[in-house]
Design a protein around this ligand. Structure first.
Ligand SMILES: C[S@@+](CC[C@H](N)C(=O)[O-])C[C@H]1O[C@@H](n2cnc3c(N)ncnc32)[C@H](O)[C@@H]1O
Length: 451
């Protein structure tokens, strides 16, 4: 295959990034937005040693599972790169992905349950982070075209809560009217790099964060005065990110107006969320994820449980009423402060939260002779470190409840726990991110022998 060549290809599979996979003359080709069962004419965009990337020129045979996407920009940008696949097939795709990863490491005896569907299939996100750039002389918000930093302007973000889109557009218009320059990443100049909007779905409280190159800019006070008049806005921050980087947020947040946090609810618990704290983005599905994890943990009132990678304490605090003691660990200091506050405002007295890296604190706790009954882990995409796993096992938990947003690292870590005498017979995918290829899973590893 050569660049710009047009090839006819039958799509036989879907990659974990939701690209159609086919073969031409023994070589693999990944075709953007093509679906299994389709025959397409595709233009080769890029070639590598053993594979190539291509885009559809024409669909010769269309899959019966293809659905019409409201805006082609959703597929161009990767904002909703699975939106062209019927929802029930998206759920099957996620289940299959986990099954294939297990099969690759000869763990196909472990059953992968059907993916738990999300109650909302669009407009489910309680948080948006959108780039701000100048396009054709105008400040725009949108999403980057896939594998690039070209901004595709958007007004309807499809997966965001509709109120969040309303606020994003209102802030965009305020920035335009006040002639605030958008960030230019080539020249590393301008002011506003990203807009972040978070909404407490249960409370309606909205936080606006202007991610800026400088700590202040001319006219900022007037911009803030106007943003605070937008219905629902309770908190306005400036996040200062002066670096030449693709990382969205800088390390310092300055409160410009209103509250330091917004409130939201999961089940009957209230949570205060500050700007840099992690909070599950699909509010309609979060209680179902936690219920599944807590139910499968089979908690007892004598249990000491660990909530590792605890964010603002949501899992541990949801489990606290079933157990004797909760001990949480989280690396973001502001989130630990939120977790402590959240225990207090919900009158939960058996939960303690500690700031630090889980892989540093767990070995210290194990050395001091801590004995645990159940350990909940909910790490970022890179999963757990071997040091953490080693130390966690030393504390003798009967069960490890693993909540994962990356099935590849989940399967890797499951193998390490299995080497140490833990086992599981099922993994449950939970759809936290409809219209995208992202997969969330829960599995419970039980101790079968003393190591
Ligand atoms: C997927 S989130 C889960 C948060 C929480 N359990 C929830 O459901 O909202 C992962 C969390 O791990 C934290 N984190 C990342 N690396 C960490 C580390 N090395 N040690 C402890 N926490 C870490 C992140 O700040 C984030 O809050």
């Amino acid at each position: 295959m050569k660049k710009n060549e047009i090839v006819e290809v039958e799509i036989t599979d879907l990659s974990y990034e939701a690209m159609g996979v086919g073969h031409v003359d023994g070589e693999t080709v990944f075709v953007n937005n093509a679906l299994p069962g389709e025959i397409v004419k595709a233009k080769i965009l890029k070639t590598k040693k053993a594979f190539a990337f291509a885009k559809i020129e024409e669909i010769i045979k269309e899959s019966p599972d293809r659905v019409k996407v409201p805006l082609r920009q959703y597929l161009q940008t990767g904002l909703a790169s699975l939106a062209h696949l019927k929802y029930d097939k998206q759920l099957e795709f996620k289940q299959q992905q986990v099954a294939e990863l297990l099969k690759k490491v000869h763990l196909d005896q472990i059953k992968v349950n059907a993916t738990l569907p999300s109650p909302l299939q669009d407009s489910y996100r309680n948080k948006a982070q959108v780039p701000v750039r100048e396009v054709n002389g105008k400040l725009e918000i949108g999403f980057f075209r896939r594998h690039s930093h070209d901004l595709v302007p958007l007004e309807d973000f499809f997966t965001n809560d509709k109120e969040i889109d309303r606020v994003l557009l209102a802030v965009r218009d305020i920035l335009r009217e006040n002639h605030v320059p958008a960030y230019d990443e080539v020249k590393h100049q301008g002011e506003v790099r990203y807009l972040e909007v978070r909404r407490g779905i249960a409370t309606g409280e909205i936080m606006v964060i202007l991610v800026c190159l400088h700590k202040e800019f001319p006219g900022l006070a007037k911009v803030v005065d106007e943003i605070k008049e937008i219905a629902g806005v309770k908190s306005i921050f400036l996040n200062h990110n002066p670096r030449k980087t693709n990382v969205i947020l800088g390390t310092s947040d300055y409160l410009l107006w209103g509250k330091r946090y917004i409130d939201d609810k999961i089940g009957d618990l209230t949570f205060e969320i500050s700007p840099q704290s992690f909070f599950q983005i699909n509010s309609s599905q979060t209680p179902r994820l936690y219920d599944l994890a807590i139910k499968q943990a089979g908690l007892k009132d004598s249990d000491l449980i660990v909530d590792a990678y605890s964010g603002i304490g949501t899992i541990g605090l949801s489990a606290a009423k079933y157990v004797k003691e909760v001990r949480g660990v989280e690396v973001v200091k502001a989130a630990v402060k939120d977790a402590k506050n959240n225990a207090r405002i919900n009158q939960i007295h058996n939960a303690k939260y500690y700031a630090g890296k889980a892989e540093d604190l767990m070995p210290k706790w194990a050395e001091k002779g801590l004995k645990t009954d159940v350990i909940f882990v909910d790490p970022p995409r890179k999963g757990l470190s071997p040091d953490f796993i080693e130390a966690a096992v030393k504390t003798g938990p009967e069960k490890i409840v693993y909540i994962s947003c990356n099935p590849a690292t989940l399967v890797r870590d499951m193998q390490l726990f299995m080497e140490k005498g833990y086992t599981t017979d099922e993994v449950s995918p939970v759809d936290m991110f409809p219209q995208t290829p992202h997969v969330e899973c829960v599995t419970v590893l039980e101790r079968t022998q003393n190591d």
